[in-house]
Design a protein around this ligand. Structure first.
Ligand code: ZN
Ligand code: ZN
Length: 83
């Protein structure tokens, strides 16, 4: 059975794609027939394992960018209330 894999950023561990997105890592049978096993989407989601992105360096993590943005916004707000 093929293995559903969700990739994470090496630097922070956040998911590269959205929560419902996964790649299938092909099993021997899939490799020899050149066809992925059919797995029920619910089963696939339950069996997803996280792996660190093995490819080339990714751009900045979008989750971290969002967190940084929220932090900046709250700091700006805090600055306003201080004055
Ligand atoms: Zn398979
Ligand atoms: Zn991140």
């Amino acid at each position: 059975m093929c293995q559903p894999v969700a990739y994470t950023y090496p630097q922070c561990g956040h998911l590269v794609a959205s929560r419902d997105t996964y790649d299938l890592q092909r099993c021997m049978r899939a490799l020899s027939t050149n066809m992925d096993c059919w797995i029920k989407p619910d089963d696939a989601k339950a069996r997803v394992v996280r792996r660190t992105w093995p490819g080339l360096a990714l751009g900045p993590c979008s989750s971290c960018a969002r967190i940084a943005e929220a932090k900046n916004a709250s700091m700006a707000n805090a600055g306003k209330t201080d004055n």
